[in-house]
Design a protein around this ligand. Sequence first.
Ligand code: SF4
Length: 82
Amino acid sequence: MGRRVHPVAEEDDMADPKWGNCKSCKYFSSKSANPGDTELAKCVQPELSAYELSVSGSSGCNAYEARVAAGEAYEAPSPAVH
Ligand code: SF4
């Protein structure tokens, strides 16, 4: 059985270490590089996408996964050339 996911009001579940805001979640389908609190977008989290949720940037849940900004992608160091 999969993980139980429950979108809730921020004040109810902020103690959950996996909880985060939609605006910084990789499943928030915003086209903006830096979504705001009032922006609305679909949640495309695999377990939630069937519900076709439209969430605001200030919403959140315990299925949160941090998005990686374009400039923050991990890049392995180049091998040294001698
Ligand atoms: S997975 Fe949760 S935190 Fe992420 S966009 Fe969907 S509702 Fe928001």
